[in-house]
Design a protein around this ligand. Structure first.
Ligand code: BTN
Length: 312
C-alpha cells in the first residue's frame, strides 16, 4: 500500500502538464565590433535569457540533480506536476520549473504567491532509499542548500524552523520549502521537494497581506538575479548536501542549520490541539524536531509552525 503526504503535514495530488509560449523577437546585443542585431532565439534558443528552462539552466549544471528539466510558462503547481511524473516513474533528479503558478502550494494548506517573470518556482524529485522517519531531514537539506545559494547571490538569510528562509532586520521571507512524500510501507518511495524563491519581485508588487512579511533578493540588494543561474546554483548546493544525507552524514548539515537559525534562543509560540504553548527554542534534534524549554519542562515540536514572539 503506498501513501502520499507532506513530509511535515499534508497530502498531494497529481496535476496536468502545460504548453509552451513565446514568439522570438529581435533584441540588441553588443557584438565584437560594436552593436549587432542578433536574435535572442539564435543566442539563447528563446527570447528571454532569464527564462529558467532547460536551455538556460541545463548548461550551468554539473551534477545529476536537474536532469531532466521540464519548464512550463504556467502551471497550477510544480509540486503537483512533478508528483504526477514521479508516479509515472520519472527518475531522481527530474526537475519541474514554472514561470508562473496558478495554484502554488505552501505549507499548512497555504497558497504560495507565484506571479510570472520575477521569481523561481522549482520542484526536484528525490528517491532516497531511507525509512520515512528520515524524510523530514530533507527539509533541512533544502534549507541549508538554499541558504548557500542566497549567499552566493549576495544576501544573507536565516532559517526559521522548520524551513522558512528570512532576511533583514524585519526577518521577511525570501523562500519557502514544501517537501511532499510518497511512501511504500515504512520506506520512502519518493519526495517532491518544492522551493519558491522570491528573486526579482519589486517590494511594492507584493500583495497587501505579504507586504510586511515577504521580500525578494532584488528588493534587498538592488541587484536583479539571474533565474537560470540561481536555479543551477541551488541544484548544485542541494546535491552536495543531499549526497551527505544519503551517506548518513547529517551532523554537518544540522550544525549549519543551527548556525543559521533565527529560531534558536528565541521565545516561540505554537499551537497544540487549539491551545497555545510557549517557551524558549533551545535546539534542534537529529530528527529535525525543535526542542523548546517551557515552564513545564522540555517539549519537542515535530510539525506545524512556530511564531517568534515579538516578530511577524
Ligand atoms: C511555504 O509555505 O513556505 C512553502 C512554499 C513552497 C512553494 C513552492 S513553489 C514551487 C513548489 N510548487 C508548489 O506548489 N509549492 C512549492
Amino acid at each position: 500500500m503506498s501513501e502520499e503526504r507532506s513530509v511535515s503535514e499534508e497530502g498531494s495530488g497529481a496535476g496536468k502538464g502545460e504548453l509552451s509560449r513565446d514568439q522570438a523577437k529581435p533584441e540588441v546585443f553588443p557584438g565584437g565590433g560594436g552593436i549587432e542585431w542578433v536574435s535572442a532565439e539564435e543566442t539563447f534558443g528563446h527570447s528571454d535569457p532569464d527564462r529558467p528552462d532547460a536551455a538556460g539552466v541545463g548548461p550551468l549544471l554539473r551534477g545529476r540533480l536537474g536532469f531532466p528539466i521540464e519548464f512550463y510558462p504556467q502551471l497550477e503547481s510544480t509540486n503537483r506536476t512533478l508528483s504526477q511524473r514521479a508516479l509515472a516513474g520519472a527518475p531522481e533528479g527530474t526537475t519541474v520549473i514554472a514561470d508562473q503558478q496558478t495554484g502554488g502550494r505552501g505549507r499548512l494548506s497555504r497558497a504560495w504567491f507565484s506571479p510570472p517573470g520575477v521569481n523561481l518556482y522549482l520542484s526536484v524529485l528525490l528517491r532516497p532509499d531511507v525509512i520515512i522517519s528520515r524524510a523530514p531531514l530533507l527539509n533541512m537539506v533544502a534549507a541549508v542548500a538554499a541558504r548557500e545559494a542566497f549567499r552566493e547571490h549576495g544576501i544573507d538569510v536565516g532559517i526559521k524552523w522548520p524551513n522558512d528562509l528570512l532576511t533583514g532586520g524585519g526577518l521577511r521571507k525570501v523562500a519557502g520549502i514544501l517537501a511532499e512524500m510518497r511512501s511504500e510501507g515504512e520506506r520512502v518511495s519518493f519526495v517532491v521537494l518544492g522551493v519558491g524563491f522570491n528573486l526579482n519581485m519589486p517590494q511594492e508588487a507584493f500583495p497587501t497581506e505579504l507586504a510586511e512579511t515577504a521580500t525578494s533578493v532584488c528588493a534587498v540588494t538592488g541587484q536583479p538575479v539571474s533565474r537560470p543561474g540561481f536555479a543551477a546554483c541551488f541544484l548544485e548546493r542541494l546535491e552536495a548536501w543531499y549526497d551527505r544525507y544519503l551517506a548518513g552524514e547529517t551532523s554537518s548539515m544540522i550544525a549549519q542549520w543551527r548556525a543559521s537559525s533565527v529560531t534558536l534562543g528565541q521565545e516561540v509560540r505554537w499551537e497544540v490541539a487549539g491551545a497555545m504553548r510557549s517557551g524558549i527554542a533551545r535546539d534542534i534534534d537529529p530528527d529535525g524536531s525543535l526542542v523548546v524549554q517551557t515552564a513545564d519542562g522540555v517539549q519537542r515540536v515535530t510539525a506545524g509552525d512556530v511564531h517568534l514572539v515579538g516578530q511577524l
